[in-house]
Design a protein around this ligand. Sequence first.
Ligand code: ZN
Length: 151
Amino acid sequence: MTTCLNCGVQAPDGISHCPACGTPARPPVADDVQTNKGMAVLAYILFFVPLITGAHKNSPYVRYHTNQGTVLFLTAVGWGILYAILTAVITAMLFNPATWTYSGLGLTGVITMILGLLWLIPAALCVLGIVHAATGKTKPLPVIGRFNIVK
Ligand SMILES: [Zn+2]
């Protein structure tokens, strides 16, 4: 017997949908991971593919990784906006309107380089997520892993 995760009704193994509420039956965890590994990995590269195809609805494993991939994407977008603002502000601060020149270009270079290196953080998280997805793990990513936005 298997228990419907939506309504709690007991249903025989092997059925495709819950007889009471119609929720798609969840495959056993091991099968879910094995069958949906590829989609879980894809969730970190193109997070919207599982959402469009609905793969996340039938597979808790895909949903878990789609959520992390989506949070990661939003984090990267947020950081991208912040990065653009910060570099624009730094550039504007160094501009001297009296002489139409920039002062402290060396410093700007160092700061923008440090800001640029921060891109390695979402990139590293993305790689970590792919490794988790490919090795059958549902481990939360550091910091961003506790956000839950994909239902
Ligand atoms: Zn049900």
